[in-house]
Design a binder for this molecule. Structure first.
Ligand SMILES: [Zn+2]
Length: 230
């Protein structure tokens, strides 16, 4: 082995040992091994920390438990034929409308999206927060909808790994709807485009009216394997 390569590997190994073992004090935000904090300012490690939650149910549950999201764990459910869920929670939070079952990683993404994208965008465009994210449901044992011969593939909804969001209710009661406001010119359209883009920072897929006609009235947000923002 070349000496330079050896020294580089040695330095990397030492740094890993020092950070992981707590021998060097690195702020949690900048420590790749520290658990994600939903309210912490996102940085370049956030996607790595989010991805890791999919393989670590205990860590995912710990992250949610440390958050303000009202939720409870639910038993795993193998419904057969590619349907059911693992490591899911029942979200029963007034900020997200009627209760629904969602995979833990998707619930973390949802809480981060609300905190870091939806609320700031609402304050910027309307001078007030969002009181409720209005959804169309999460779990459904079904295939992907829409054109393009995708109908043979199971939807992320079949694993409770996706949520469809139809609109938002502002603090003063005003409603912003994907169906009615996406194509507008005003603050509503600007807000919707901003939160649709913002969802790409925390979910794998964020699909809206720009994707296909099946999504003209909602945003599809999921934590599946494929990264797609349209
Ligand atoms: Zn969907």
């Amino acid at each position: 082995m070349r000496p330079v390569l050896f020294l580089l590997l040695l330095a990397a190994g030492l740094a890993t040992w020092a950070v992981r073992g707590g021998h060097i004090d690195v702020p949690p935000d900048w420590n790749p091994w520290a658990p994600l904090e939903i309210a912490a300012q996102p940085n370049w490690l956030t996607r790595h920390k989010l991805a890791r939650l999919s393989d670590d149910p205990a860590m995912c549950n710990a992250v949610l438990s440390a958050s303000t999201l009202a939720h409870a764990s639910v038993p795993d459910n193998d419904a057969g034929e590619g349907c059911g869920w693992q490591t899911a929670v029942r979200v029963s939070d007034a900020r997200f409308g009627p209760a629904f079952t969602l995979s833990c990683p998707a619930a973390v993404s949802l809480a981060m999206w609300d905190h870091h994208a939806v609320q700031p965008a609402a304050r910027a465009h309307f001078g007030q927060g969002v009181a409720r994210v209005e959804h169309l449901g999460s779990y459904a044992c079904r295939n992907v909808r829409g054109a393009g011969g995708e109908g043979q593939r199971r939807s992320q909804h079949a694993r409770a790994n996706a949520l469809d969001v139809a609109g938002f209710r502002l603090a003063d009661g005003r409603r912003v709807r994907v169906l009615a406001d996406w194509d507008g010119q005003g603050a509503e359209a600007a807000f919707l485009r901003e939160v649709h883009g913002g969802a790409c920072r925390f979910f794998q897929a964020s699909l809206g009216p720009g994707y296909n006609a099946a999504h003209r009235d909602h945003f599809h947000l999921d934590r599946g394997a494929f990264r797609l923002c349209r």
